[in-house]
Every structure is written in structure tokens, then in C-alpha cells.
Write a protein that binds this ligand. Structure first.
Ligand SMILES: NC(=O)c1ccc[n+]([C@@H]2O[C@H](COP(=O)([O-])OP(=O)(O)OC[C@H]3O[C@@H](n4cnc5c(N)ncnc54)[C@H](OP(=O)(O)O)[C@@H]3O)[C@@H](O)[C@H]2O)c1
Length: 332
């Protein structure tokens, strides 16, 4: 077993605020507990929830690291008791409940997946948070199947670029919204049949035109607010609306009549507080059904840009500006 240092460099949230509150710190190395592995981090993915946590929302669940970072890729550096599936030196990517912005991170092994063949550490680090989220919300809760129609809002986001490609790979007709012509072009390149610039077009009208008035079978939404009524209006009979965030607010006045008339399902979920066992089930489904698509190149991670760990604040400034397409990744 290689000798491990006692401390590591990490990025902490010094107080709630803008990107500048992300500061370098020295921390003790996390110790892998029973059923956990310690990963020597090569790259860590950045997600919108990290920015929400930085601003004082989205607190880590009990027992999770206070350091930001929901996903990493790297090499297994140590194993806790009771772990036989992994060995030291294996390359893995992992979903974390926190603590990814660091040189080492401890993770329950059910939340680890092998780095897909053909992908580097940077690409692998950006997979877990969006792929777990899209899988469980689009295919499990949302029950999307081939031949159905699917709309994802925020199509150029980390979540959006993943959802477009996976829905397309499983045979759905995919539509996306995004906030500029360039972002719409990126969505189409990833497999959206039509991307809707929400600053210039009404997505309800465009979708009705594209589906001969029928509407879409599934919407994955992170916006909420005034989108919620329009989402219900844009759904087909037996349609499903899956909510994964409320960037424009969770409190809305709604006419729920379409719920009855069209027999709609309104649901949602958040990944971080779910149990290790539930995350492990999602990991197993991804390994069986999605990892082969990554290894064949049918689905490709979209990395917008990388920043050294020490420059996490600069990376968050780019995340906040929302000019990015796909994932931002920290390199360690
Ligand atoms: N529930 C869960 O388990 C879960 C897990 C992971 C992420 N999420 C949520 O999923 C969302 C995407 O995460 P991410 O990491 O992929 O984020 P991201 O890459 O930062 O993207 C955020 C996207 O939101 C769009 N947007 C921001 N404000 C908006 C507004 N007011 N109206 C419409 N669109 C807006 C932006 O697109 P434009 O520039 O085109 O507006 C941008 O593409 C976040 O809200 C995050 O909290 C939820």
C-alpha cells in the first residue's frame, strides 16, 4: 500500500457568497470507512448545486463533507473494511455527497463506476452527477421509452447535454430550450431534433406545431416558476413533468385542470440525500445500460472547460455567467 500524506489541499466555502468565497485550505485526509474507498482525485466535476451550496443553500446531508464537489475521477488509493470489488490503483469515477474539490475523497463503493474505456479522467469526472440525475429522472421516474417525445429545458447545461444524448440514444424524439442561438446550435449538434431559443420563441407553441397539436410525452425541467403552467400545457395525454430544480422559484399559482383532463403525472427528485443503496441501484443501471454507449462513442461527455483546483473561484465565475455549454471540470 503506498504511503499516503496526512493532509491534502482542498477548496472550502469560507462563507456564503460569490465565487470569491471559495478558498484553498489544508485538510486532514478523509479516512475510508466500512464499505468505502479513498480516491486520489485527478479531476472533479463542477455542478450548479455546488454554486447553490456556495451561496448558502443546498446544505450537505448529515455526515457528508462540508467541502463542495459532488463527483470525481481518479485512482483508488486506499480501501476501507469490507471492500472486495476494487483494488488499489483501479481507475474510477464516483458520485459523492460532498468533498470532491480536494486531492482525496472517500466514497461508498456502490457509488463508484469504472472510468469508461476510451475516456480520460477529465471526461470521467464530469459523468456521475448528471448521468445519475438524468437516468433516475428521465428513464426511471419519467419512464421515457423509444418513440416518445421529450423536452429538456436548459439543453446546454451539464444536465441538458446529457439528457439530449441519452434520450436520443434510447430512441426518443428530443427537443430542448436554451438561451441563445449558439446554445441552440449546440443542442441540435448533440441530437435534439429542434432547439428552441426561449428568449425569442414560445416553447409551448413550437412544440404543439412540431407534434401536430399533441404535445410531448415527457418534460425534464429545472426552471419552475412561470414555466410550470406552460409545461402542463405543453404535455400530451399521459404526459409526465419531472422537476429537478426551480431556478425561477418553487412557489407558483397553477391551473391544474390539465392534470385531470390529460391524466398527467407531476413528479421530481433530488439525488444528494438519497441512500447509498438507491445510488448504488442507479450506478448498476448506468453500468449495464449507459456505460456501453460511452465506450462505443454513441454518447460523448461534453466538457466546456477545465481549471486547476486552486482556481475553483474562476471556474464558478464562468458557471455563474452561464456562458458555458456542458461541464466545467477542476484538475488536481
Ligand atoms: N434534482 C437533482 O437531483 C439535481 C441534480 C443535479 C442538478 N440539478 C439541477 O439541474 C440544473 C442544471 O444543473 P447543471 O449543473 O447542469 O447546471 P448548469 O450547467 O449551470 O446549467 C444551468 C442552466 O440553467 C439555465 N438557466 C439558468 N437560469 C435560468 C432561468 N432563469 N430560466 C431558464 N433557464 C435558466 C441556463 O441556460 P441558459 O443560459 O440557456 O438560460 C443553464 O444552461 C440546476 O438547476 C441544478 O440545480 C438537480
Amino acid at each position: 500500500m503506498p504511503t499516503l500524506p496526512k493532509t491534502m489541499k482542498a477548496i472550502a466555502i469560507s462563507k456564503p457568497g460569490g465565487p470569491e468565497v471559495l478558498v484553498p485550505v489544508e485538510r486532514p485526509l478523509p479516512e475510508p470507512g466500512h464499505g468505502e474507498a479513498l480516491i486520489k482525485v485527478a479531476a472533479a466535476g463542477i455542478n450548479k448545486p455546488d454554486a447553490l451550496q456556495r451561496m448558502g443553500g443546498y446544505a450537505p446531508p448529515p455526515g457528508a463533507s462540508d467541502l463542495p464537489g459532488l463527483e470525481v475521477a481518479g485512482e483508488v488509493a486506499a480501501l476501507g473494511a469490507g471492500v472486495s470489488e476494487w483494488k488499489i490503483g483501479d481507475k474510477a469515477c464516483a458520485l459523492l455527497a460532498g468533498g470532491g474539490y480536494a486531492e482525496y475523497a472517500a466514497v461508498p463503493v456502490p457509488q463508484m463506476l469504472p472510468v469508461p474505456r476510451g475516456l480520460g479522467m477529465v471526461e470521467a469526472a464530469g459523468l456521475p452527477e448528471t448521468f445519475f440525475t438524468v437516468w433516475t429522472n428521465v428513464f426511471e421516474r419519467g419512464r421515457l421509452v423509444g418513440g416518445e417525445t421529450f423536452l429538456v429545458h436548459g439543453g446546454s447545461s451539464g444536465i441538458g447535454t446529457t439528457a439530449i444524448q441519452l434520450a436520443r440514444a434510447f430512441g426518443a424524439r428530443v427537443f430542448a430550450t436554451a438561451g441563445s442561438a449558439e446554445k441552440c446550435a449546440a443542442c441540435v449538434k448533440l441530437g435534439a431534433e429542434r432547439a428552441i431559443d426561449y428568449r425569442r420563441e414560445d416553447f409551448v407553441k413550437v412544440l404543439k406545431d412540431l407534434t401536430q397539436g399533441r404535445g410531448v410525452d415527457l418534460i425534464l425541467d429545472m426552471v419552475g416558476g412561470e414555466y410550470t403552467q406552460r409545461n402542463l400545457d405543453a404535455l400530451a395525454v399521459e404526459g409526465r413533468l419531472v422537476q429537478i430544480a426551480f431556478l425561477q422559484g418553487a412557489k407558483v399559482a397553477l391551473n391544474l385542470e390539465p392534470l385531470m383532463r390529460k391524466r398527467l403525472t407531476l413528479t421530481g427528485s433530488t439525488l444528494r440525500p438519497r441512500s447509498v443503496a438507491q445510488k448504488g441501484e442507479i450506478a448498476a443501471a448506468l453500468r449495464a445500460k449507459v456505460w456501453p454507449l460511452l465506450e462505443s462513442g454513441a454518447v460523448k461527455p461534453v466538457v466546456d472547460s477545465t481549471f486547476p483546483l486552486a482556481e475553483a473561484a474562476r471556474a464558478h465565475a464562468r458557471l455563474d455567467s452561464s456562458v458555458h455549454v456542458g461541464k466545467l471540470v477542476l484538475t488536481v
